[in-house]
Design a protein around this ligand. Structure first.
Ligand SMILES: Nc1ncnc2c1ncn2[C@@H]1O[C@H](COP(=O)(O)OP(=O)(O)O)[C@@H](O)[C@H]1O
Ligand SMILES: [Mg+2]
Length: 264
């Protein structure tokens, strides 16, 4: 049965989408069957996968959520699961922002995404979810569906701010809705090698969470290759396989799943 992992944070611009995208390919490169789910109405992950006009996609995660909320039957997975270079994904679009508004009016609607993903678990080894930055109804749905959370932290963006609040929310979801939920660890992204900041922040994060939360050994360096790869809708493994950032995402993927086999 596949494991569901969300990549989250209460901030935007911390590398959630880029990390979800490259993590999906890192896991695929060690032979895992992966489904990536774009759970942000901005649909950055969907764009990474090469979908140019997200408004034109007939069935997105927003449509599935709407159907689920209205107790309608979901379409066959073949109608909404897309594939790009060996990784399956469920696209998103602006429809998801209407879902966000609707969820706030619904009672007990925390498990809508979980209900959509549960039947898909058997088809994959890992299901990775990209989330939106707000700690609202959508993120709560994602946390209710997940087994694990990877928290991305960008040292350049006052890393610690909002982190404690996010952790408190995770704790509440775990005790009230989803007892299997665990924090997998903190992934430091956009570490600027030329400055000391990444080192200082990782020490600060380590000090604060020592013994409580794992800080992944693999830290993602800041590089223009990331922006370029997103622009060309290619994962780092294709666009810039020799870069440190690509290797860091490969190592991170292995670290996350405790993979000890040979590199692909
Ligand atoms: N390692 C990196 N090096 C340089 N730029 C990066 C890196 N990771 C992400 N970015 C850029 O930072 C911006 C925010 O990343 P993104 O993954 O979209 O964050 P989020 O999903 O948390 O909002 C994007 O423009 C992305 O291309
Ligand atoms: Mg994003």
């Amino acid at each position: 049965m596949g494991k569901i992992i969300i990549v989250g944070a209460t901030k935007g611009g911390v590398g959630k989408s880029v990390s979800t995208y490259n993590l999906a390919y890192s896991l695929a490169s060690v032979g895992k069957k992966v489904l990536a789910i774009d759970f942000d109405s901005q649909a950055n992950l969907t764009t990474c996968f090469g979908v140019e006009d997200t408004a034109a996609v007939p069935v997105t995660i927003g449509h599935l959520m709407m159907a689920q909320i209205d107790d309608e039957e979901l379409p066959d997975p073949s109608e909404y699961i897309m594939n790009r270079n060996g990784v399956d994904f469920i696209p998103s679009s602006m429809v998801l922002s209407a879902v966000d508004a609707k969820l706030r009016l619904e009672m007990g609607a925390e498990r809508m995404l979980a209900n959509i993903l549960e039947p898909l678990r058997d088809l994959y080894d890992y299901l990775v979810i990209d989330t939106c930055p707000a700690l609202g109804a959508l993120t709560i749905n994602a946390l209710a569906a997940a087994d694990g959370v990877v928290i991305t932290v960008n040292p350049q963006l006052l890393a610690m701010m909002g982190l404690q609040e996010f952790l408190r929310t995770i704790k509440k979801i775990k005790s009230r809705i989803n007892p299997k939920l665990e924090v997998e660890g903190i992934l430091l992204t956009m570490c600027e090698a030329r400055t000391n900041l990444c080192k200082v922040i990782s020490e600060q994060v380590t000090e604060t969470f020592e013994g409580q939360i794992r800080i992944f050994e693999s830290k993602i360096p800041s590089t223009v290759k990331v922006g370029e790869s997103v622009y060309y809708s290619e994962p780092l493994l294709e666009y810039a396989p020799q870069t440190k950032a690509c290797k860091a995402y490969l190592d991170f993927g292995k670290e996350l799943i405790g993979y000890e086999g040979k590199s692909a």
